[in-house]
Design a protein around this ligand. Structure first.
Ligand code: ACO
Length: 379
């Protein structure tokens, strides 16, 4: 006999599975705090290095603490030659698949890879944070027939990403833009990729396994892939006058407009504001305001009625236009999200390890019961 239908929580929507001290989200009013600090203050006043410290240690660093962390990141950006060889071998794969492969590969070169103590996990989180941009940029250069660029110890995290990608010292303004982008992506509760990381951590698997698994979960267009999709859409739209017709057709076909909607936010994603301002400023500076105009037309006109249903722009909506204007290839948009999120994934895992319980929900079986096995010759 089939069991009675239990109450299902499909998509685990609105299910609270644990307590956290990492970040707070109030989706109804669009509020986001990292460790109690408002994302707007952090985006305007902080640096990614400071955020890495905050997310992993729970407090803002003082000068000495920040200097030590920054020095550790600068000292740990290089990746082993063997990992470059792996990247070379799998170079035709999507950059997220390459990032995932290289990240798990790094476990082979990390003496603490099997040590799940909090101290070791924080050190590993810092090393993974430091090395992730080196992986993504080395892959892009290898697949473009170019030599990878070694990290530059004189540059910060955001500066190194840009330097290793373009082999040019970036200007301060572009570094600051990238820095804010990394800050905005650093931590966001138990979203799909952090949940994937926590599931691995809940089995007491290692941080390398958990974080590389999170990279896989982030790859999908319902999560990290939206920035790339938004840019593709903007290119298809071509100019602001076409935006309305394009979007209406999609909506009439019950298709989604990428960069809108969020599982938790029923108001504007508070991270979007910072990228909106920067997308506009960068478009004007580069003499190419078209992308911002298309996006504004979509959000302010076409999609405005959807606000009544709680559908607003999310963090990915303006991000793609910024990366595009910076000359970053579109399949690197999701890896950029991942580079910012490594500290958040790690902090989520560290919380999971500290108060661990195996994450193992149940599925209600609705298939046939007690069927008779028929030998293969009689089927
Ligand atoms: N465009 C048009 N309609 C939408 C959109 C959208 N972008 N998002 C949701 N809706 C509609 C759905 O069609 C659905 O309508 P219905 O009730 O008439 O069927 C309703 O809103 C609820 O949608 P769900 O998918 O049930 O809501 P959920 O919370 O699961 O969706 C999600 C969240 C997956 C992010 C969704 O909004 C979406 O697909 N957005 C586009 C992709 C995107 O931008 N993803 C990035 C998310 S942010 C991040 O990960 C960093």
């Amino acid at each position: 006999m089939m069991a009675d239908q239990p109450e299902l929580h499909r998509g685990l929507m609105n299910v609270y599975m644990d307590n956290t001290e990492s970040s707070f989200i109030d989706g109804d009013i669009g509020k986001l705090l990292y460790r109690g600090y408002d994302i707007h203050d952090l985006a305007e006043k902080s640096t990614f290095e400071e955020i890495v410290y905050l997310v992993l240690y729970g407090e803002l660093p003082n000068h000495a603490q920040l200097e030590e962390l920054d020095g550790y990141l600068r000292a740990n950006r290089r990746i082993p030659d063997e990992i470059i060889t792996v990247i070379d071998a799998v170079q035709s794969a999507h950059p997220m698949d390459v990032l995932q492969t290289a990240m798990i590969g790094l476990a082979a070169f990390d003496e603490e890879s099997e040590d799940n103590s909090k101290e070791a996990n924080i050190r590993k989180a810092l090393r993974l944070t430091a090395k992730a941009p080196t992986i993504v940029t080395a892959h892009h250069r290898v697949r473009s027939g170019l030599e990878p660029v070694a990290p530059n110890p004189d540059l910060n995290h955001a500066g190194n990403f840009l330097f290793m990608l373009f082999n040019e010292i970036p200007d301060d303004e572009t570094v600051s833009l990238m820095d804010v982008d990394f800050i905005l992506h650093a931590e966001h509760g138990v979203n799909a990729s952090s949940f994937a990381a926590r599931v691995s951590a809940s089995t007491n698997s290692t941080l390398h396994a958990a974080v590389s698994g999170a990279v896989g979960a982030l790859k999908g267009p319902a999560h990290g892939g939206a920035a790339e999709e938004v840019m593709k859409m903007s290119i298809e739209i071509g100019n602001p006058e076409n935006a309305e017709e394009y979007a209406r057709k999609k909506l009439d076909n019950r298709e989604r407009i990428m960069g809108f909607g969020h599982r938790v936010y029923r108001a504007e994603d508070p991270r979007a504001r910072h990228l909106r301002e920067r997308s506009q400023a960068l478009g004007e500076k580069r003499g190419d305001p078209r992308w911002f105009q298309i996006l504004t037309h979509l959000s302010e006109d076409v999609m405005a009625p959807y606000r009544d249903r709680g559908i607003y722009v999310n963090v990915d909506f303006y991000a793609g236009s910024i990366y595009h204007l910076l000359g970053i290839p579109s399949d690197l948009f999701i890896p950029i999200f991942a580079l910012g999120r490594v500290p958040g994934w790690s902090a989520q895992c560290i919380e999971q390890y500290e108060n661990n319980i195996l994450l193992r929900p149940r599925l209600h079986y609705v298939g046939p019961m007690d069927r008779e096995y028929v030998p293969i010759d009689e089927r």
